[in-house]
Design a protein around this ligand. Structure first.
Ligand code: ADP
Length: 607
């Protein structure tokens, strides 16, 4: 997308996120630009009136007028400044909200795409400062418009002066038209030089920013490590703080300091160059206006007006020159933002509803699947039917494809070959909500959010207290929750609430089980959420859980065969393939993969 198209799109985006910000920014730019000229104009007018010995009444009226206008303008300017600043800050949150919606609706596969992850990371990093992304763009817009308007107003005011300049009034060089041509050319050259130098200064500023960002990243990661309750144990016992401290000292005192000093020096040199240039041009301008004044071509009041306006030209040019170079910083971030919003979702859902009171038959028909950008099959030619109410165990070694089987069943990914049917109809024909409501899954890497217990378990704002107690009871964690300061309203972890409670891994796991029981879906899946437990404890949890899901279809996954022996049927996965199915007794007495693994695991636990 070209730069101008991108900028247009950014304005459209700002306007769609916040209807008021563009108009109020335009009004603020106009008021801010007019503000300095009011005092310049009235000072000139008052001086003229005084030198012309005008009526006291007229002088007082003018003073009252300028004071009145100042009160109104300053009130408006300050109100708009605060209003726009607050709205710019909120813009960042509105952007984030849009990205969050996108992430929720995106294909699950996208979350594992390295390019997309990098994009999100950059977007997140940029948003760590409120001085970033669209808010920064709107601030830059304000400065640019102010700069342009200030320059235009100043030029309009000094037009009569240029006319005066071309009238011969004497014989010195300062009175010739050539002098004014020199002055105007000098201002033009100065404008160009300011543009170039401002862009250089901005480049240095970007470099410094990058260096700061890198240092910030390192230091925040150290703070994370040192302040983390979990890593705190090892840091203390291995005295790792000295190691971290040495790296930190080296980073700040050597690398960081050298780079930043170099950049400060470069910026200082460029800034002083602009200052000298400004002083020279200013000197010429004052000389010109002064000489004309001396010859009596205009009064002392006009002298004030012209000098003041000339100074405003310089500040106007500087203002918009600065903003032009800021675009280099803003546009790549805007590109990232739009790329995130445009990330393609290829998964299309049908509009067929599933009625949860019915029974469900699931079927894999010759299903094969490779993860995106992977050459190896994670599942190959899987054929399996799961009947309603069946308790199925899926076993196999790590990496044999068990979790992938569940992900396909939940349609987190689409199959590459074959079909998955629910009640004889392709899974792709159902609505997203139907599929989501169908399963209660506890994954191996379950996540408990930093919200209240009730929010976590009910996964909604409305929580049925009786259902909650029953789920917590069944998961054997009710007593612990009752002992918490605000019972089920207690926050877990401390991210969102300072009084949040830290829970152990085992407790988190019980909450994950309670969440699945609360959801009460017709199909229940446990994907090794117990991997950290010993086989006996895992077996206990699986059988206990099984007694609560009596009439439902249940799928239990484990790489430990003993955990699933109670199931109606066992499906054995090996190296991406389904190699055997049968009951425990059938399989163990055979001489297939299951029997082999069973013997190996039994001997391992007997030792
Ligand atoms: P299991 O659950 O039996 O331990 P998985 O289904 O998790 O096995 O993994 C099956 C295969 O797919 C493994 O070779 C694993 O490395 C690969 N795999 C799993 N997840 C991903 C992923 N997100 N991207 C690429 N490959 C993956």
């Amino acid at each position: 997308m070209s730069k101008s198209k991108l900028i247009q799109r950014m304005y459209r985006e700002v306007h769609s996120l916040d209807r008021s910000l563009l108009p109020t920014t335009a009004v603020q730019a106009v008021i801010d630009s007019i503000k300095p000229f009011i005092n310049i104009y009235f000072s000139a007018r008052l001086i003229t009136l005084l030198t012309q010995k005008a009526d006291t009444k007229e002088i007082i009226t003018n003073i009252a007028l300028v004071l009145g206008i100042n009160v109104v303008i300053f009130f408006l300017a300050s109100f708009l400044n605060n209003y726009n600043e607050n709205h710019r800050m909120m813009l960042l949150d509105l952007e984030n909200k849009k990205v969050e919606e996108k992430l929720y609706n995106a294909d699950y596969a996208l979350l594992n795409d390295s390019e997309f992850k990098e994009l999100l990371h950059r977007h997140e990093e940029a948003g760590k400062s409120r001085w970033a992304r669209l808010p920064y763009f709107m601030w830059t817009t304000l400065q640019f418009t102010r700069g342009v308007l200030t320059t235009i107003i100043s030029f309009i005011i000094i037009i009569p002066l240029l006319k005066v300049g071309f009238l011969r009034t004497g014989n010195t060089f300062f009175e010739r038209p050539l002098f004014i041509v020199t002055i105007v050319s000098a201002i033009a050259v100065m404008a160009v030089v300011i543009l170039i130098v401002a862009s250089k200064i901005n480049k240095s500023y970007l470099e410094a920013n990058e260096k700061y960002a890198e240092l910030d990243r390192i230091f925040y990661s150290f703070i994370d490590i040192l302040g983390d309750y979990k890593t705190g144990k090892e840091i203390r016992l291995y005295k790792e703080q000295n190691l971290i401290d040495n790296i930190a000292t080296q980073k700040i005192l050597t690398e960081g300091e050298i780079t930043l000093r170099k950049i400060s020096m470069r910026t200082a040199k460029s800034s002083s160059f602009i200052a000298i240039l400004g002083a020279l041009v200013g000197f010429g301008v004052y000389l010109f206006i002064g000489v004309k004044g001396l010859f009596g071509l205009f009064g002392i009041g006009s002298l004030v007006l012209y000098c003041g306006s000339f100074m405003q030209i310089i500040s106007g040019i500087m203002m918009f020159a600065n903003t032009l170079s800021k675009l280099k910083e803003i546009l790549p971030l805007a590109r990232d933002y739009f790329k995130i919003l445009e990330a393609e979702s290829t998964m299309v859902y049908g509009n067929r509803e599933l009625y949860l009171s019915n029974g469900f038959e699931l079927e894999f028909n010759n299903v094969s699947f490779k993860y995106p950008k992977s050459d190896n099959y994670a599942l190959k030619h899987i054929n399996l039917k799961i009947s309603n109410g069946e308790k199925l165990a899926v076993v196999g070694r790590n990496g044999s494809g068990k979790t992938t089987f569940i992900k396909l069943l939940c349609r987190l990914y689409d199959v590459d070959e074959g079909e998955i049917f629910i009640n004889g109809i392709n899974i792709k024909e159902y609505t997203r909500d139907s599929l989501n409501n169908l399963y209660s899954v506890v994954f191996q890497d379950y996540k408990i959010l930093s919200l209240t217990v009730a929010d976590n378990i009910s996964a909604s704002d409305e929580c049925d207290k009786a259902k909650l107690c029953s789920a917590l009871d069944k998961a054997n964690i009710n007593e612990r929750i009752e002992a918490m300061p605000q019972k089920e309203k207690t926050y877990l972890y401390k991210d969102l609430d300072k009084s949040g409670v830290e829970i152990s891994g085992g407790e988190a796991q019980k909450l994950a089980l309670a969440r699945a029981l609360y959801k009460d879906s017709p199909i229940v899946i446990l994907d090794e959420p117990t991997a950290a437990l010993d086989p006996i404890a895992e077996n206990e949890i699986y059988s206990r859980f099984n007694s609560f899901v009596e009439n439902k279809t249940a799928i239990y996954i484990s790489h430990r065969l003993s955990s699933c022996a109670f199931c109606d049927r066992i499906a054995v996965f090996d190296n991406a393939e389904l190699v055997e199915t049968g009951t425990h007794n059938e399989l163990v007495s055979g001489n297939g993969r299951y029997a082999e693994l069973w013997k190996a695991q039994a001997s391992y636990y007997l030792e």
